[in-house]
Design a protein around this ligand. Structure first.
Ligand code: UDP
Ligand code: LCN
Length: 809
């Protein structure tokens, strides 16, 4: 496989070092390297580089005002993603703009700067990590690039993640170019649909080709034009049937007429808008399978465990919204069929009082959405009885997929129309199911572990005993390339921003020393990527000011529990419970960094003076906690509370009920508190939305999704959680201003509520996702897509065989 395709990493002449930096800046940069060289660390990431260079450049500017500043160097360093220090060189990965890289090698003792290839950079990275240099021919290189060379490419990096819009115009262009071929595709496509075994849309026995379709349309349109617009379509059914039109075009004469006219227009004039509108009308989706194998998947008492966080919340809200949307669209299409959505997850016999051992459970507040649980099996014990970390599920997934396939076929009474995978394990299972059943596959990452854990690919061997990343990253590569659609919660998740690396982007170029090297692991410019942001359930998360929606007894019980109640489910005794609360709630993973917030609070007497700290987690005791990371974080919390003597300033409270969690945000709003999300990295961050929707000023990590949710300073604040002072300073500043200006807190609170209402709703989500799925359904059906599928499936097949062998060995 060679990398001579259109989307291999661009190396661009306009970014030669001479055009980026002045001579004095190159010299200053060498001096900065000299400073860094005194530190033991050899591998620096952007955050480190920026923090260290800021202080250095400030001092340089002061000492040499005559040089007129170092703006160019500051800009250059802010875009340097990585720096490696070797004996003679500093090697840099410079991100010129989204998806465009440049690799430089600065000689420490000479005035020379070389440009490197991506492969050379990967080699240096391995050397710095202590691996012996291996010549290229000894390494296995994975490159998916050539397999995409026949398909469409979004060239403008600003449009990455707008796959639907792009694909629509791309297809319309194709329609115009090869119209007679596409007319046949469209006509055939309309004949293949059925719901519960009944033909819908066009009867292929009567209408065989586009010409006949057009004739039939003219007759049907002129007939319907003579009928009352608001009349039910039932009365006209037999007439339309005779012409070759079945149910599915609408429920009233007016609607059917409009849709048939749309189709006639499309056949006559293949414009992008006509195509988009018509495809959206087709009732292509009524049965959806959502795959989320690991974790405790239930509706009560499951949240806050290391493997059961936002993904469960997201899916439960998602299915409710999808069902609602599908019901309306099926009704509008004149169909009686009800949508059915099945969430497939793991059945866990040792379920600790949850419903995780029930085979089938109805999703509350829906008519036909179900949780279907299928057990993991192994050769020794048959059904695996106990919970297992998401990092250990890999050996069970193939059998799980086979069993899930049979169960789904039985429950649906046929194939689903769409399979949605969640997280690395669900996406891998979705890849298998979608191949076996020939159904459209949509992936949702939720959180890609590779960018979450720093240097996780480079040091995979050290991390392997706990995390099995060799398997997970391989699974990610398979699923990303196999998926028809990938939806992301923010656009930075795909290709990052001007200054930060995207989460998918981190799979583009990397190596796992001794295993393989990846060049072009993911095609960010492919239209399969679409940004579809989740929302919040507004019946649960609403502004604290909506008193009439709140329950007085719940509010007073929880207020007592949060601030005063003594008992085993709370720790700390507030000496002044009336101070404004700094609230946080998350799973006790290291990455969530709740201990970082406690440390920042502990190190700031000013903050302790101004506010109390309220921490909510699912458990505050080590007993019964099986996850090592969670146990370690629990211990660390107690240590920090003791070390900074915080017992009278902090309340650490247990909760795993979503209803209570929602009211807790509002109680913090009653007291003019703030919510802090201090994660070292957050893929999206549902708690950020929940806090904002409840009317809290939110301080959230600048690393990951929150940077797109929050417009810094307007409807919340972004913080750098890597140092205690960087967390506490913005909080002190805000609380001081809110103390002296009574309107400030209210302004931010109001703007936070508006932001969520405008941009993050499940209604918007359902519309976008299903529109996208339908468009792909049509595209997948086309000839062009067959070519694409063959290429990709061949690549995936070989890669999967290889992975199985390599990983079994
Ligand atoms: N949550 C909860 N109790 C906890 C921790 C989390 O109810 O102790 C909920 C929280 O309200 C949110 C979800 O779990 O709905 C966490 O989602 P998020 O996207 O913030 O993070 P994740 O846990 O998925 O990484
Ligand atoms: C997983 C995460 O880590 C969060 O950042 C997301 O908000 C959540 O899944 C839902 O997608």
């Amino acid at each position: 496989f060679t990398a001579t395709d259109s989307w291999s990493l661009e190396v661009n002449d306009s970014y030669s070092i001479a055009t980026l930096l002045k001579e004095a800046e190159v010299r200053c940069f060498r001096e900065f390297i000299y400073e860094l060289d005194r530190e033991p660390q050899r591998h620096f990431l952007r955050n480190d580089i920026v923090l260290k260079s800021e202080a250095y450049l400030r001092q340089k500017n002061k000492a040499h005002p005559e040089l007129g500043g170092f703006d160019g160097l500051e800009h250059f360093l802010s875009r340097t993603q990585e720096m490696l220090l070797l004996d003679q060189y500093a090697v840099l990965l410079y991100r010129a703009k989204v998806g465009q890289y440049q690799f430089y090698r600065f000689h420490k003792n000479e005035e020379t700067v070389d440009e490197l290839s991506p492969e050379e950079f990967l080699d240096y990275r391995e050397v710095v990590a202590g691996y012996p240099y291996e010549p290229a021919e000894k390494k296995l290189e994975i490159n998916f690039g050539p397999f995409y060379s026949l398909g469409p490419v979004i060239r403008d990096h600003r449009k990455i993640g707008s796959g639907q819009r792009f694909l629509n115009s791309f297809m319309a262009g194709k329609l115009q170019g090869e119209w007679s071929k596409w007319q046949t595709h469209l006509c055939d496509f309309l004949k293949i649909h059925s719901i519960n075994g009944e033909q819908i849309l066009v009867d292929g026995q009567i209408v065989q080709d586009p010409h006949q379709l057009f004739e039939a349309l003219q007759k049907a349109i002129s007939y319907l034009e003579r009928q009352p617009e608001n009349g039910p379509i039932q009365k006209e059914k037999s007439h339309l049937r005779g012409l070759g039109f079945c149910d599915g075009f609408g429920d009233t004469v007016g609607r059917v007429l409009k849709n048939l006219q749309l189709l006639a227009n499309l056949l006559e004039e293949p414009r992008a808008e006509n195509l988009e509108e018509f495809i959206n009308v087709i009732p292509m989706v009524s049965r959806v399978a959502i795959i989320s194998p690991h974790g405790w998947f239930g509706q009560e008492n499951v949240l806050g465990r290391p493997d059961t966080g936002g993904q469960v919340v997201y899916i439960l809200d998602q299915v409710k919204a999808l069902e609602k949307y599908l019901k309306t669209s099926l009704k509008n299409a004149g169909l009686k069929a009800q949508p059915k959505i099945i969430i497939v997850t793991r059945l866990i016999p040792e379920s600790e009082g949850t419903t995780c051992d029930h085979r089938l459970e109805k999703v509350h507040g829906t008519q036909n959405c179900w949780i279907l649980r299928v057990p993991f099996k192994d050769d020794q014990q048959g059904i695996v009885p106990h919970w297992m970390s998401r990092f250990r599920v890999w050996p069970y997934l193939e059998q799980f997929a086979l069993d899930a396939k049979n169960e789904l076929l039985t429950e649906f009474g046929g194939k689903p129309d769409l399979i949605v995978g969640n997280y690395s394990d669900g996406n891998l299972v979705a890849s298998l199911l979608a191949s076996w059943l020939q159904v459209i596959q949509c992936n949702i990452a939720h959180a890609l572990e590779k960018p979450k854990y720093l240097f996780s690919a480079l040091y995979w061997k050290d991390l392997e005993p706990d995390y099995n990343f060799s398997l997970q990253f391989t699974a990610d590569l398979i699923a990303m390339n196999k998926a028809d659609i990938i939806i992301s919660s923010t656009s930075q998740e795909i290709a990052g921003t001007d200054t930060s690396m995207g989460q998918y982007e981190s799979y583009r170029l990397f190596s796992m020393p001794g295993l393989y090297k990846v060049a072009n692991g993911v095609h960010l410019h492919h239209p399969k990527f679409n940004v579809v942001s989740p929302g919040v359930d507004d019946s649960l998360y609403f502004p604290f000011t909506q008193k009439n929606k709140r329950m007085e007894n719940q509010t007073s019980e929880l207020t007592e529990r949060l601030f005063q109640h003594a008992g085993p489910e709370a720790y700390g005794e507030l000496s002044d419970p009336d101070k404004p609360p700094i609230f946080t709630m998350a799973r006790l993973d290291k990455i969530k960094n709740l201990t970082g917030l406690v440390e920042a609070y502990g190190q700031s007497p000013q903050l302790q003076e101004m506010a109390n700290l309220i921490v909510v987690t699912r458990s505050i005791r080590e007993e019964g906690v099986e996850d090592d990371e969670e146990r370690h974080q629990l211990k660390r919390m107690y240590e920090l509370i003791a070390q900074y003597d915080l017992y009278s300033k902090i309340r650490w409270v247990e909760n795993s009920s979503r209803q209570n969690g929602a009211e807790m945000y509002r109680i913090m709003g009653d007291r003019q508190g703030v919510f802090v999300q201090p994660a070292l990295f957050e893929a999206f961050g549902l708690t950020v939305l929940e806090g904002m929707a409840s009317g809290l000023p939110v301080f959230a990590t600048q690393f990951g999704g929150p940077q797109e949710i929050i417009q810094d300073g307007r409807n919340g604040f972004l913080i750098n959680p890597t140092q205690p002072l960087l967390i506490s300073e913005p909080l002190v500043k805000f609380l001081a201003r809110a103390g002296s200006d009574s309107t400030y807190w209210k302004t931010i609170s109001g703007q936070a509520i508006s932001r969520v209402k405008e941009a993050y709703t499940w209604k918007l989500y359902s519309e976008k996702l299903l529109k996208f799925a339908k468009l792909y359904g049509f595209w997948n059906y086309s000839e062009l897509s067959e070519e694409k599928k063959n290429w990709i499936n061949t690549a995936i097949y070989y890669f999967t065989c290889f992975s199985r062998n390599a990983l079994t060995c």
